[in-house]
Ligand binder design. Structure first.
Ligand code: TRP
Length: 444
């Protein structure tokens, strides 16, 4: 059977943007930035996106396009008989870790969507407000699992239908919708009393935050997570791309779009956080409490909430399919499973892993595998701050050192000119050195 391919380059770009833009831009970005001092974090994150993220994105997609295989198979094909393929297992492994918690949080988003559809969340519950409503929900055993299972089922169905048509078209409509909604919400959030405090938190760096070594790992992890880098999701998407499609423009487009969504959601969330006196470092629940509070303040806020959680759920879905696709593509080749069989089995395993994540907010909240972190934070930490950067490091070394310079430039459609050489220098030297330094400093 011939390997599947994207219909058009635009189809690939939309799928890659759909992968990049997701819960990472809104939910993860806001609590990681909130925990790490705001402005200084944002700046560092931007530096990493442009210096490391986008050049690496180009390298990652090019490996897939050149090899036309999954994250492990690509190394085996391009470097037969070498141990390079072992680094592909970082990707498959992080896919399991990430999607199992991602589906839990996406389930929360579906739950909110549902309560906006019924109108329950148009107004804060009299007792405990949104904070109480959210806390009451995530600490339960069955409800959150139901929503997570629903989300995982949708993800699996899209992946086994072969993606293309459904997701390409859906993204075309929902990405612009999400952007418009966020812009409108930014307006409302900025008009709240006390919004200036939020803006200065986000845009006036407190430089002393940079003396904290953990901020570097966190910003790097966020850049990788948000751009879907280092796991082989974009590599796998690149493998469905024919050789005549030029890569550099696409990579920059994906990076810019993703950054835009992160910055805008910061502008939505932080003014509201300060206006409603919420602690910016309150962690993963942050957006599920602040956003409904903003909606409540605005005219037609119920409708805005409905549209917002609809778009957020969709953004989560288009990201989740790219995560599921990584092990699915691998198992299809390895065991010659059908797409359906592979995606159902992989998705089911991820859902079961996710049960522990969900219970980690309730009856298992006493379990803290790494330091003070609950189960979600621990899995996120291992995947985003360790496995993704290692996966990315391996890709950079592969393209920079295993390929010849001519092969590397050709793989990403650059000539031997200034831009080509800058990119090559970044990928060959700067990127590996930066990743290694940040990595070592975080472990020490
Ligand atoms: N980037 C997505 C987000 O921001 C999540 C995601 C999709 C991802 N594919 C990935 C993260 C691959 C890491 C690796 O929500």
């Amino acid at each position: 059977m011939a390997r599947e391919q994207w219909g058009t380059k635009l189809g690939f770009m939309l799928a890659a943007m759909g992968s990049a833009v997701g819960l990472g831009n809104i939910w993860r970005f806001s609590f990681v930035a909130g925990n790490n001092g705001g402005g200084a974090f944002l700046l560092l994150y931007l530096v990493f996106v442009f210096l490391i993220g986008i050049p690496l994105l180009l390298a990652e997609v090019s490996i897939g396009r050149k090899a036309k295989s999954d994250v492990i198979g690509s190394y085996q094909k391009l470097a037969p008989g070498t141990p390079w393929f072992l680094t592909g297992f970082f990707g498959v492994f992080s896919a399991f870790l990430i999607l199992s918690f991602y589906a839990v949080v996406a389930g929360w988003s579906l739950y909110y969507l549902f309560h906006y559809v019924t109108g329950d969340f148009f107004q804060a519950p009299a007792e405990g407000g949104y904070e109480g409503a959210f806390g009451g929900f995530i600490t339960q055993e069955w409800q959150p699992l139901f929503w997570s299972a629903l989300f995982m089922t949708m993800t699996i169905v899209i992946v086994f239908s072969g993606v293309k048509k459904g997701i390409e078209t859906a993204n075309k409509v929902f990405m612009p919708l999400l952007a418009l909604l966020l812009l409108a919400l930014a307006g409302v959030s900025l008009s709240l009393d006390g919004s200036m405090e939020g803006l200065s938190f986000l845009f006036q760096p407190d430089w002393s935050a940079l003396t904290q070594p953990s901020i570097y790992v966190q910003a790097l992890g966020q850049a990788f997570f948000s751009l879907s880098l280092g796991m082989g999701a974009l590599l796998t998407y690149g493998s469905y791309l024919s050789d005549d499609k030029r890569l550099p423009g696409a990579a920059v487009g994906i990076g810019l779009m993703d950054t835009f969504f992160a910055v805008i959601s910061g502008i939505v969330i932080f003014p509201a956080v300060f206006a409603f006196n919420i602690d910016p470092s309150s962690g993963p629940p942050l957006v599920f409490i602040t956003l409904p509070s903003i909606f409540e303040q605005m005219p037609l806020g119920g409708i805005a909430g409905l549209l917002f959680f609809f778009a957020l759920s969709l953004a989560a879905l288009s990201s989740a399919i790219s995560i599921l696709e990584v092990p699915t593509a691998y198992f299809m080749r390895l065991f010659r499973w059908s797409r359906t069989k592979a995606s159902v089995i992989v998705g089911a395993i991820m859902f079961f892993l996710g049960i522990s994540v969900s219970l980690g907010f309730g009856i298992w909240s006493g379990i803290t595998p790494i330091g003070e972190r609950n189960i979600l934070d621990s899995m996120d930490y291992i995947a985003s701050n360790i496995l993704l950067p290692l996966g990315g490091l391996s890709m950079a070394l592969f393209v920079g050192w295993y390929f010849t310079k001519a092969t590397a430039l050709k793989a990403v459609d650059f000539g031997d000119n200034v831009i080509g050489n800058v990119w090559y220098g970044l990928v060959k030297y700067l990127l590996p050195v930066m990743i290694i330094i940040i990595f070592i400093s975080s472990v020490l």
